[in-house]
Design a protein. Structure first.
Lengths: 121, 597
């Protein structure tokens, strides 16, 4: 029940998450989901990303997947694209690395250097 | 809250539902469960995207990939390729009509690129049955702003400043209308939404109601607060069952959240809304007839004054606006009247939704800023004429409007420029005609419509439109006489000046406008007994060109009345006294040996 403008505001902040993915803004995380990626555990990495984002209520982060890009031995590959910044590719990502990537890179813009395999402008 | 990495939006507008979108939605949900993706990917039913011709439409976010003409057989591939592997299913993408290029993203499609969506801002983006999706996109924020920080007079002043004019036909200033209703004294006032959309080919109001019903409710409540009303009616055509269903859901959800009813958001403002289903008469879109219909009387217009703002529904001061007008209202208070007024022309502000139909490559709904040229709407958004035929005219404003020929296509579209050309904005229906359309026949079609819908209360409309129609039928039948043109003009002028309501005063427009721009076609029908476009069958004669005829006999076999005779391998002949001009023989002939003219 909305009894004041503040109630409406509170509900709006919650409800934004319902449609923010359709706005096409914010940080993008791309998981390599070719046959190679899936064999290396991309599905588990994807689940870990989604869990972590849900836990932090980061509904404005878009998660998508891509096919094989040829660096199969480095799979699972995870790209993080912050608007206006260099696209960073992380390699051999394990589900347990996800907290670190989201915490330092996605949220604070600090690249997790030890996992980086490529930087693209 | 459960987060989903992808949303699959399935269009649930009337167009896509009739081409099978419900089954697709179910198939998608099943397939997601099968692939164990139902916790990651969500299926959302939305309202109309406006590009109904390419439906059923499915859009996948976050990429914004636009799939068209999707069938249930395509569903496993979409899930396996796009949602599991991240590969777009190319064969389902939209193909640009001329270049045949495949366009992956929603925003890149030419049909959408030139649009500026205000009234349609949420249509196709949100689930209309979920009030939270509307709230998440700043829904009811305008109402909250108005109730907490503005007096009713300030609300009206802002509306005047925005320059919004009625989107249903007349184009009267919304701010002034609200001012008149506010000025009328009395403890009981009504707010009414006209959703009796009846122009042939226009469906923008239906799309707004189906795709974003809350924007209309919010607009109505802001208007109710401004004029001092506490009760309202939405008059919807009964032929729009889906719109009625979604409105009912929307009203119930708003009531449950306390956004409708007593003391809205803790303020002193209370408002209840009812739905009244129309019974299928075109004249009920006229405001006085509409109110009579709500009251339970026969839907017939009454003379104005008194205007509804003074003596309206149940004799009380009332404000009546159209669906699209109300859908624009929240935006004005959300972003400011000045921002709204920054779009458009000097006297016509904001955007307008047009329904594109007829001989166009891309048909559907397009919302564009006022002041855009008809050429841009028809050739850039609409993609030009089908089969590379030549453009002839566009009928704008439905049966109340007029046609506009090629030489005026660059006129900036606004209320006043269209009226000056003898057409009118009307509800925004655009019927595009090419060289194969006969303008006399077109005028006859629209007059036939208004004549049938005339309620019969006043003589000019009841008798006048009937007489005009008879003359047009005579001309199309090849029996026109030279005086007919002047009689049509005189009758038209009399009806325009004397009919009781908007239906009558605008009924002659299609005839008068065609007489203005295509008089030569009328003259060809009357003097030469010829229909230049080859539409009016009475004046056509089918002939066989003996040089081309191989004597195959295909035409003779298909002729339903046995009018074609001839020896095998010899040129055939048509007996014109028997021929009913059905055209079957032309379709069958492989040698272009049959001509009409």
């Amino acid at each position: 029940m909305i009894k004041s403008p503040e109630d409406l505001k509170r509900l709006r902040e919650e409800a934004k998450a319902l449609t923010s993915i359709r706005a096409g803004q914010g940080v993008e995380i791309i998981v390599g989901m070719g046959t190679c990626g899936i064999a290396a555990g991309a599905r588990e990495v994807m689940s870990a990303i989604l869990d972590e984002l849900s836990k932090r209520e980061m509904s404005d982060v878009r998660v998508s997947q891509t096919g094989c890009i040829g660096m199969c031995e480095k799979e699972v590959l995870v790209d993080v694209v912050r608007p206006g910044e260099t696209r960073i590719t992380y390699g051999r990502v394990k589900p347990q690395d996800i907290t670190r990537i989201i915490n330092s890179h996605v949220t604070n813009g600090q690249i997790v250097e030890d996992l980086v395999v490529a930087k693209l402008d | 809250m459960q987060l989903y990495r992808a949303h699959i939006l399935v269009c649930g507008g009337t167009g896509c539902v009739s081409s099978g979108s419900k089954a697709i939605q179910e198939a998608l949900t099943d397939e997601l469960v099968k692939n164990n993706l139902d916790k990651e990917v969500k299926v959302v039913e939305t309202g109309c995207h406006g590009f109904c011709e390419t439906g059923p439409i499915v859009i996948v976010y976050p990429e914004g990939t636009f799939y068209c003409r999707v069938s249930t057989e395509d569903v496993p591939e979409i899930i396996a390729e796009h949602l599991v592997k991240g590969r777009i299913v190319k064969r389902l993408l939209f193909k640009a009509p001329v270049t045949e290029e495949q366009v992956p993203s929603y925003k890149e499609i030419a049909f959408y690129r030139k649009q500026q969506r205000v009234a349609l801002r949420n249509c196709g983006h949100i689930n209309p049955d979920n009030i939270n999706e509307y709230i998440g996109r700043d829904g009811y924020e305008a109402l909250s702003k108005v109730l907490t920080g503005m007096t009713p007079q300030q609300v009206i002043d802002d509306m005047k400043k925005s320059g919004l004019r009625g989107r249903g036909g007349g184009g009267f200033s919304t701010g002034l209308k609200w001012q008149f209703a506010s000025n009328s004294p009395g403890p009981k006032k009504y707010i009414i939404c006209n959703a009796d959309e009846g122009d042939p080919g226009a469906f923008m109001d239906r799309s707004v109601l189906e795709g974003d019903p809350h924007s209309v409710l919010e607009g109505m409540m802001i208007a109710a607060y401004a004029i001092g009303a506490d009760e309202g009616y939405i008059y919807v055509r009964a032929e729009y069952p889906l719109a009625i269903k979604r409105l009912k859901t929307a009203i119930a959800q708003a009531e449950e959240l306390g956004l409708l009813g007593e003391n809205i958001m803790g303020s002193n403002f209370s408002c209840t809304l009812h739905i009244k289903e129309g019974a299928g008469a075109f004249v009920c879109g006229e405001e006085t007839a509409l109110m009579a219909s709500i009251e339970g009387s026969r839907g017939m217009p009454n003379p104005r004054p008194p205007f509804p703002a003074v003596k309206g529904l149940f004799g009380k001061p009332s404000n009546i606006n159209n669906v699209e007008t109300y859908a624009n209202v929240p935006i004005i208070y959300l972003h400011g009247a000045d921002k709204f007024a920054s779009v458009g022309t000097e006297k016509s502000k904001g955007t307008k939704v047009f329904a594109l139909t007829g001989k166009l490559r891309n048909t559907g709904l397009a919302e564009v800023p006022m002041g855009i040229s008809l050429r841009e709407i028809i050739f850039d958004i609409g993609g030009g004429i089908i089969n590379d035929k030549k453009f002839k005219a566009v009928q704008i404003g439905g049966p109340s409007g007029g046609c506009i020929p090629e030489q005026h296509l660059d006129t900036p579209v606004d209320y006043d420029s269209l009226t000056a050309l003898g057409a009118m904005m009307g509800s925004g229906g655009l019927v595009i005609m090419d060289e194969t359309s006969c303008m006399v026949d077109m005028a006859r079609y629209f007059l036939d419509f208004t004549q049938k819908e005339s309620c019969g209360k006043c003589i000019p409309c009841r008798e006048g439109t009937k007489r005009m129609l008879e003359i047009l039928q005579k001309i199309c039948g090849g029996n026109g006489v030279p005086e007919d043109i002047t009689t049509l003009e005189t009758l038209g002028a009399v009806i325009k000046n004397t009919a009781l309501c908007g239906l009558g005063t605008t009924a002659p427009n299609p005839v008068l406008a065609t007489l203005r721009y295509f008089r030569d076609e009328f003259e060809a029908h009357i003097y030469d007994k010829k229909c230049p476009a080859g539409v009016c069958t009475a004046m056509l004669e089918y002939k066989i060109v003996t040089d081309n005829c191989k004597g195959c006999g295909a035409c003779a076999r298909v002729c339903p009345v046995g009018a074609i005779t001839g020896e095998k391998k010899e040129p055939h002949e048509i007996d014109t006294s028997k021929c009913i001009k059905c055209g079957s023989c032309i379709e069958k002939c492989k040698f272009n040996a049959i001509v009409k003219g």
